[in-house]
Design a protein around this ligand. Structure first.
Ligand code: GLU
Length: 490
């Protein structure tokens, strides 16, 4: 299929939210499509009516949008191969099943669950290497089968695995050649008694109808693949290239689950992770650009992704590394990006009304807060002293006792106030220069002087650089804060 344009799909079942594992599968499909100038299709596999919900579908689409994984065909965008929800494709599955039956490639089976169980039991007892369906109904004549259907006897449709099919060899882009022995191939069910298709059938009918060239999905589906190959062959459709990607494990080596913390994509969104950092991190769980580069922005991923760099070994989800990645993305932002995508949203979530400031003011704020922001939400906290006023500023008790409690700190604040009040320019450099001579003049250690002023103006000892912060706060409010702090100082 070398010259066929790439068409891939992500086909989540809306039985829950979009999880980390599904998101990574989606990312690989998206990136593969983009890197090959192909088409990325989103299909909703909602054939399990008891567990699929409209709400889950909505949440999955929303999570996909947050991840920035735009799809070319699918719900909300349409396309030439729709509909893109399996529940809306029921007739296609029935038609395909009927066609296979008409062509003698499928047949109705009337065996009751009791009969099937008894046959399995007998196969076990005689140690038959084949323990699947014993093909009782395979040789029923068409007339006989039709008569039983007309008499309302429940039946399923089973695929007829050709007698001489032999082993199924799957050429997987990640796992290489995987052979499934012929004796393990069962005449499996393609249509249930209620007329609904089974997963292995519906998936292949859709993948064939949608012209899917590469099936990239979790390797929990590898064992389904030989059955799907049999369906492709029965349908007379080309078998796509398969790429089964490894599981994601938690730090304890067990499959990632709730026990390891957040698993759904939107939990990460709500915790303040950046979509770009999250996508970068997930992309590296099983794929690498060159074995060492860790920052792979979206556009590079979309250009460079290839299946031959996907590892077949399970990947381990490491929350600390994700946090590092997130901080790294924040640190690489421009002042404007940081202001718009991190600071302003963080302030909004924190309920802080920032007031009117010009672009230079925001840029200066970005410069001092960005290196101290690991998670988006940190931004509001780091910037809190800047957005407080002399009345609203919260003083951290420990900082007050450590920074202002020492003998002589009252005099330090008085001297600082005098120097600041007399300043011509209210800039970071001027503020620093005004405070600089105080330690010597007062004969107090430099660290203690700056610590006292910092606590008085910011309420804590961990705020960003003092001069820059005070410049942003403004002179009047800084002086008012020093006045307020004066009564707390010894
Ligand atoms: N709906 C299936 C799942 O969510 C899709 C599997 C596949 O990609 O074939 O696991």
């Amino acid at each position: 299929m070398a010259d066929t344009p790439v068409r891939v799909r992500f086909a989540p079942s809306p039985t829950g939210k979009l999880h980390v594992g599904g998101a990574r599968t989606a990312i690989y499909n998206w990136a593969f499509a983009r890197a090959n100038h192909g088409t990325f299709i989103l299909r909703i596999d909602d054939t399990d009516p008891t567990r699929s919900t409209e709400e889950n579908t909505r949440v999955i689409l929303r999570a996909m949008r947050w991840l920035g994984l735009d799809w070319d065909e699918g719900p909300e965008v349409g396309g030439d191969f729709g509909p893109y929800r399996q529940t809306e494709r029921a007739q296609l599955y029935r038609d395909a099943a009927q066609r296979l039956w008409d062509e003698g490639k499928a047949y109705p089976c009337f065996c009751t669950p009791e009969q099937l169980e008894a046959d399995r039991e007998a196969a076990r007892a005689r140690k038959d290497p084949f323990q699947g369906y014993q093909r009782r109904c395979r040789s029923l004549s068409r007339e006989e089968a039709q008569a039983r259907i007309d008499a309302d006897e429940p039946y399923v449709l089973r695929i007829k695995v050709p007698e001489d099919r032999g082993d199924v060899v799957v050429r997987d882009a990640v796992h290489g050649e995987v052979t499934f022995a012929a004796r393990e191939l069962d005449d499996f069910v393609i249509q249930r008694t209620d007329g609904t298709p089974t997963y292995n059938f519906a998936t292949v009918v859709d993948d064939a109808a949608m012209g899917i060239t590469h099936v990239i999905r979790g390797d929990d589906h590898l064992s389904n693949t030989p059955r799907q190959v049999i369906v492709y062959e029965a349908l007379g459709a080309p078998v796509p290239t398969f790429a089964h990607i490894s599981m994601i494990l938690g730090a304890d080596g067990k499959k990632l689950s709730k026990r390891h913390g957040a698993t759904s994509v939107e939990e990460y969104r709500d915790a303040g992770y950046l979509s770009d950092a999250f996508v970068n991190y997930l992309a590296l769980l099983g794929w690498s650009l060159d074995g060492e580069t860790t920052i792979v922005p979206r556009d590079v991923l979309a250009r460079e992704f290839s299946l031959d760099h996907v590892s077949k070994n399970p990947a381990t989800f490491d929350p600390a590394k994700l946090d590092w990645m997130n901080a790294e993305y924040i640190n690489r932002m421009s002042d404007e990006e940081y202001t718009e995508h991190v600071m302003r949203p963080a302030l909004e979530v924190a309920g802080v009304e920032p007031g009117e400031h010009d672009a230079d003011w925001w840029a200066a704020l970005a410069r001092i807060c960005r290196p101290r922001t690991k998670m988006s939400a940190d931004a509001a906290q780091v910037a809190a002293p800047v957005f407080a006023t002399a009345e609203t500023l919260a003083y951290d008790e420990k900082s007050v006792s450590k920074g202002l409690g020492r003998e002589g700190m009252g005099a330090v604040l008085d001297a600082a106030r005098g120097a600041l009040e007399a300043l011509g320019d209210w800039t970071a450099e001027a503020i620093d220069a005004a405070l600089e001579p105080l330690p010597e003049a007062l004969d107090v250690k430099k660290r203690l002087v700056f610590q006292a002023v910092r606590v008085a103006v910011c309420g804590n000892m961990v705020s960003p650089p003092l001069g820059e912060t005070m410049a942003l706060i403004g002179r009047d409010d800084c002086l008012a804060r020093i006045d307020r702090a004066r009564s707390m100082a010894a």
